[in-house]
Design a protein around this ligand. Structure first.
Ligand SMILES: [Zn+2]
Length: 307
């Protein structure tokens, strides 16, 4: 079976303005680096997320505020801009996980990579922030559960803590959130003491890392701690917030991973369990490091796919 790439040109139309690091050139670079593999991959155009799918995670007021901001070409905050087509792009980014899970269930793909923007892991139930409008991976988690994947593991290797994803599932024992990130850094959350609340106590695991940590510190998290979490939690599907701003070339952070190291992280995730896996693009702001790292990710996914 092939690896599916979920992509739509509408993602290029989410215009964040001049000099914004989260811009359409990011996806153009990824597509350019995937060009040599184009015919080996299954390309899927996503459907927009339905209103009910958005409501499985977000409040109606939040959904209306994103639509309103986009219609009025307004910034939501200093970091988070919208333009005419942002709402449509965000709906399709949120729908990418739905389309990927459908492709996995129909046997069209074994693993998928959603090459989407805007990113999602900072968006909370109530609020867009940190370049993110809707929390696409959270919407995918709820959709997966509606299709019988009861226990969902979300692994987040973006250099920033996915505060939105953590918050959404903080009291929920059916979705485990596992994250490594630079700390302290934007958005400020993600200490090791944040482990969940109520029924969700013990179902959040954070690995805050000091700047400059690099591959030697990152790899044991994925090669040792992740398998330990998998043995205990036994997920039915793994969703990955794949942010490439952990790369040493990234202009927004200093975690200093190499492209090879990122490949090893992806390899550890692929090897961790035979359940379906779905990756979502989150951050990554050095265009070449991003393109190379995504190509490396897809290459590793394909190696496991052949086995
Ligand atoms: Zn990030």
């Amino acid at each position: 079976m092939a690896v599916a790439i979920i992509y739509d040109d509408i993602f290029l139309e989410h215009d964040t303005g001049a000099y914004h690091p989260e811009n359409a050139d990011r996806l153009r670079s990824i597509i350019r680096y995937l060009e040599p593999l184009r015919d080996e991959l299954t390309w899927i155009t996503p459907e927009p997320a339905s209103y009910d799918q958005l409501c499985s995670v977000h409040t109606p007021a939040h959904i209306a505020s994103v639509e309103h901001a986009s219609m009025n070409l307004r910034a939501i905050d200093a970091d988070t801009q919208t333009s005419e087509h942002s709402y449509e792009a965000a709906l399709k980014a949120a729908g990418a996980g739905v389309s990927a899970i459908d492709a996995i269930m129909s046997g069209q793909a074994s693993t998928a990579f959603a090459a989407v923007r805007p990113p999602g892991h900072h968006a909370t139930k109530y609020q867009a922030m940190g370049f993110c409008l809707f929390n696409s991976i959270a919407i995918a988690a709820r959709y997966a559960q509606s299709k019988g994947f009861e226990k969902v593991l979300i692994v987040d290797f973006d250099v920033h803590h996915g505060n939105g994803t953590q918050d959404i599932f903080y009291d929920d024992e059916t979705v485990f959130y596992f994250s490594s990130h630079q700390y302290p850094a934007y958005p400020g959350s993600g200490s090791a003491q944040e482990t969940g609340i109520g029924d969700g106590e013990g179902y959040t695991r954070n690995f805050p890392l000091t700047p400059g940590s690099g591959d030697e510190v990152l790899l044991p998290i994925y090669e040792e701690a992740l398998p330990e979490t998998l043995r205990e939690f036994q997920p039915d599907i793994i969703l990955v917030s794949a942010g490439y701003d952990l790369h040493h070339s990234d202009p927004l952070a200093q975690l200093n991973a190499t492209t090879e190291g990122i490949g090893d992280i992806v390899s550890a995730i692929m090897e961790s369990s035979p359940v379906p896996k779905l990756f979502f693009l989150e951050g990554g702001y050095d265009l070449d490091a991003l393109g190379q790292s995504v190509a490396k990710t897809i290459q590793v996914m394909r190696e496991y796919d052949k086995e």
